[in-house]
Design a protein around this ligand. Sequence first.
Ligand code: ZN
Length: 399
Amino acid sequence: MNGRTVDLTVIDGVIESVTDHDPIDQSGTDLQDWLLLPPLTEPHAHLDKALTAEEVRNPTGDLDGAVQAWAAAAAEGRFTPDNVIERSTRAIELLLANGVTAVRTHINISPDVGASNVYALHRVRESFAGLIDIQIVALPRGPMTGPDSSANRAAFAEALDAGVDVVGGCPHLEDGATDAVAFAFDRALEFGLPVDLHTDETLDPSVLTVLDMVEQVHELGFDKMVSASHCVSLGVQPLEAQHDIAARIAAAGIAVLPHPQTNLYLQGRDHQAATPRGLTAIRPLVEAGVVVAAGADNVQDPYNLVGRSDPLETAALLVMAGHVTPEDAYTMVSNNGRKVMGLAPVEFRPGDPADFVAINAPSIRAAIADAPKSRRVYRAGRLVASSDQQTTINWRAST
Ligand SMILES: [Zn+2]
């Protein structure tokens, strides 16, 4: 922590004191010279789809191919609630082992599955109580407006009644995108919930529903947290427009969530030369004061064939493809995700939650670069996961 070697005292799940290390005191757990960091956060997952890359093929590799493939699988009833519970559990265990103590997952709601996967996630959350914070976002299938919306709206209403933490949606995929944004905010107002919308996940610069979100916040005086996930099309605007829009997003207090893993996979397949990166305008957003929190989005499913359930992988892509410093990248996959989720940041001050991860690395840069498996994960002061990496090189081994 800042190069200091410290002793940390935890009482009732909260950091009580942080003092310079006393080499005589042998009473606590000794993490030697490991790096003590705020816990990792996954602010945008799709646990109902996780780990299905072998079962559901995306024939085109782009977003539309993934959406169609998943809708077809849902219509066939390929994934039962028990199967969702089993895969979600595996995915959360992977996240937890890597140092994640809070995850927000979007869950598909459609006439095919109704709210069944929301109930499945309730059970998963119960089984992980005390280990990891889990927030559920109702992600309705569109259209949510117009003549073909009634069955989708009914399924969405069922999910909201079942109990979710956040109102979601994909307004940019609808013909009536502005109305769909307004519909999401109306439901959020009605249920007193924050909003987290899939926003402008396209390289088409004419799609900018994030401005509809800005307008809704001001018009309604909306005072709950609002998050715009993806915002890919903001990244292909002229620089001046990026700065102007970023300032408006900042003034509305909307957080933006880039997802480099999934958007580098899905976007840009039509551009075989000078392929765009599918990332939002990270630098203008940060300069404008917007909270930028990064997630993986999908993991080993038709939207993203790979992914290791490790936010340090997301952080590495922020450094390589987003040109963010390692320190800022770490904040984007830790405390900024906590801010999006309404959780107190962990800055190792007395009174902060005693959630943290210890990594066997000499610096944040090295932690992101090497992503060592050797980690200790603490939740409310309790060790909840530990991993050790062991490698043997048989250097010039005798025969
Ligand atoms: Zn998503």
